[in-house]
Design a protein around this ligand. Structure first.
Ligand code: HEM
Length: 442
C-alpha cells in the first residue's frame, strides 16, 4: 500500500487543452483508460494529480493534507469566486467565515426563501400569458435573481433584474472558458463588486436600511477573528457568494425540466402525488401504498428526484486543492505544493458507487444510506468544518419549489428544439436553453 510511484502517469507535455476539450469527462475518461481512480498528469504547466471516487473524495477533504489558499487559479478568482472569499481560506479563519454563511441557512430562513421563490414563479407565469414561448433558463435566471435579492436584503430596481441576473450567469459561465466568455465573466464580476461595495458601505453608513436577519446585514457587520469588520470589498465578495449561486440554481432548474421531459413517468408521480391521487403508480411501486391525503411519500419522491437531477446532470466538473505536506496514499506520492483535482462529475457517475450509474432513476435514493463523500455535486465532507457548499440545503429546497411549480402550477409544451447537453462545454446546458410554449397557469 505504501510503496510510492505505483500510479499511472499520463504521457503528455500538458493536458490543459484536453481538459478544456473533454470537459466533464476528462478525469473519468482517464480513470477508465488506466483502470485506476488516481493518476498523474500535467496541467497549467505543472504536475497534477487527478482522482475520483468516494475514497479519493474523503482524502481530498482531509484538511491536514490539503489546503485551498493559492490553489484556486487567479483567472477563476477574477471571474467566478472573487478574491479573499471563503473558498480561499483554511483552518480557523475558514471555519469562522463559514459560520457566517451557515448561520443564514436556518429552517426559517430557508422557508422564507422558498415562499419568495414560489411567489416569483407565479408572477413570472402571469407575465408569460400571451407569449407563444419563453426560454426557461432566462426566466429562471430572473425569477431567482429577484428572489435572491429580496431574501438577501439587497435593494433591486425592477429595471435592473435582467442585467443583474445576467451578470451572475456570466460569472458562472466563465469557469470553463477562455477568451470572450472568460473576459465577459471578469467584467461582470468587476461591475457587480463595485455596486455591492457601495451597498455594504451604504449599510455601514446608515444610508441603506436592511433587516437584521438578512445576508446583506450579516456580511456588512461580520467581524473577522481579529475583531475587525471585513474589508468592504471582501464583504461584497461574500454577499456575491450568496447572490450569484442562488441565481445559478437556474442551471439545475433547467436540468430538472429536462429530466421531467425525458422521464414523463417521473413527472406523472410528481403530479399525481401532489394531489394525493397516487394510485396511477405502477404496481409494486410503494409510494402507491400511501393513503390519499398523506403527503409524506410525495415530498420524499420530490427529494429523490432532485437528488437524482443533481447526481446525473453536469454542473460542477471538478474541484482543486494543493498538497500541504509530503505523504503517500494508495501508492501515489503527494508532494507538497502539487495541485490535486477531484473528479466531481465522475464520482457522481461512478459505477462502483451507483448501480446503473448512467440511468436516471430517482428511486435509487429510497433508503439510501450514502455517506458524505459519494453524492458530491456540491462538494463532499462536512458543511461547517470543510468547504462543502454552504448553500446545498437551500439549493435542494429551491429546486423542489421550482419543479413543483413546473409540474403542478403551470402547463406547457416542449416544442422541437436542440436539447443536446455537451459534456465538452463547461458549464453544460441544453443547447436551446429549454424553450417552453403555450404556458397556462393551473
Ligand atoms: C447552483 C447550485 C450549486 C452548486 C452546483 C454548488 C456547488 C458548490 C461546490 C462544488 C462548492 C465547492 C465545494 C468545495 O470547494 O469543496 C461550493 C461551495 C460554496 N457554495 Fe455552492 N453550489 C450551489 C449553490 C450554492 C448556493 C445557493 C449558495 C449560497 C446561497 C452557495 C454558496 C457556496 C459557498 C459560500 C461556498 C464556499 C464554501 C467553502 O469554501 O467553505 N452555493 N458550491
Amino acid at each position: 500500500m505504501n510503496e510510492a510511484n505505483q500510479v499511472p502517469h499520463e504521457k503528455t507535455l500538458d493536458s490543459s487543452a484536453a481538459l478544456l476539450a473533454e470537459g466533464y469527462a476528462f478525469i473519468s475518461n482517464r480513470r477508465k483508460e488506466f483502470g485506476s481512480d488516481i493518476f498523474e498528469t500535467r496541467l497549467l504547466g505543472k504536475p497534477a494529480i487527478c482522482m475520483g471516487g468516494a475514497e479519493a473524495a474523503e482524502l481530498f477533504y482531509d484538511t491536514d493534507r490539503f489546503h485551498r489558499q493559492g490553489a484556486i487559479p487567479k483567472r477563476i478568482q477574477k471571474s467566478l469566486f472573487g478574491e479573499k472569499g471563503v473558498q480561499t481560506l483554511d483552518g480557523q479563519e475558514h471555519s469562522h467565515r463559514k459560520l457566517l454563511f451557515m448561520n443564514l441557512m436556518t429552517p426559517d430562513r430557508l422557508k422564507q426563501l422558498n415562499e419568495i421563490t414560489e411567489k416569483e414563479w407565479l408572477a413570472a407565469a402571469e407575465r408569460w400569458a400571451g407569449k407563444d414561448s419563453v426560454v426557461l433558463f432566462d426566466e429562471a435566471r430572473d425569477v431567482l435573481c429577484r428572489a435572491a435579492y429580496e431574501w438577501a436584503g439587497v435593494p433591486l430596481e425592477e429595471g435592473e433584474v435582467h442585467e443583474r441576473g445576467q451578470e451572475y450567469v456570466d460569472m458562472v459561465d466563465a469557469f470553463g472558458a477562455i477568451g470572450l466568455r472568460h473576459r465577459r465573466g471578469r467584467r461582470a464580476r468587476a461591475r457587480a463588486e463595485e455596486r455591492i461595495v457601495e451597498i455594504i458601505e451604504g449599510i455601514r453608513a446608515g444610508r441603506i436600511d436592511v433587516p437584521e436577519n438578512t445576508a446583506a446585514h450579516a456580511m456588512a457587520w461580520h467581524r473577522g477573528l481579529d475583531g475587525q469588520f471585513l474589508d468592504a470589498k471582501v464583504a461584497a465578495v461574500e454577499l456575491i457568494n450568496i447572490l450569484r449561486p442562488i441565481v445559478a440554481i437556474c442551471w439545475y432548474v433547467v436540468f430538472g425540466a429536462l429530466a421531467l421531459h425525458e422521464h414523463p413517468e417521473c413527472a406523472e408521480i410528481l403530479r399525481n402525488g401532489r394531489s394525493g391521487n397516487i394510485n396511477v403508480l405502477e404496481p409494486g411501486n410503494d409510494y402507491g401504498t400511501q393513503q390519499k391525503g398523506q403527503e409524506g411519500t410525495w415530498s420524499q419522491y420530490t427529494e429523490w428526484f432532485v437528488q437524482e437531477v443533481r447526481r446525473v446532470y453536469p454542473f460542477t466538473p471538478l474541484l482543486g486543492a494543493e498538497v500541504s505536506r509530503d505523504f503517500v496514499w494508495n501508492g501515489c506520492e503527494f508532494k507538497e505544493g502539487t495541485m490535486v483535482l477531484l473528479d466531481v462529475y465522475g464520482t457522481n457517475h461512478d459505477p462502483g458507487l451507483w448501480d446503473d450509474a448512467e440511468t436516471f432513476r430517482p428511486e435509487r435514493f429510497r433508503g439510501w444510506e450514502g455517506g458524505p463523500f459519494d453524492l458530491i455535486p456540491q462538494g463532499g465532507g462536512d458543511h461547517y468544518s470543510g468547504h462543502r457548499c454552504a448553500g446545498e440545503w437551500l439549493t435542494v429546497d429551491v429546486m423542489k419549489t421550482s419543479l413543483d411549480f413546473l409540474v403542478n402550477r403551470v402547463s406547457y409544451t416542449v416544442p422541437d428544439q436542440d436539447l443536446t447537453v455537451k459534456l465538452s462545454r463547461m458549464p453544460a446546458m441544453p443547447e436551446s436553453k429549454f424553450v417552453i410554449s403555450g404556458t397556462k397557469q393551473m
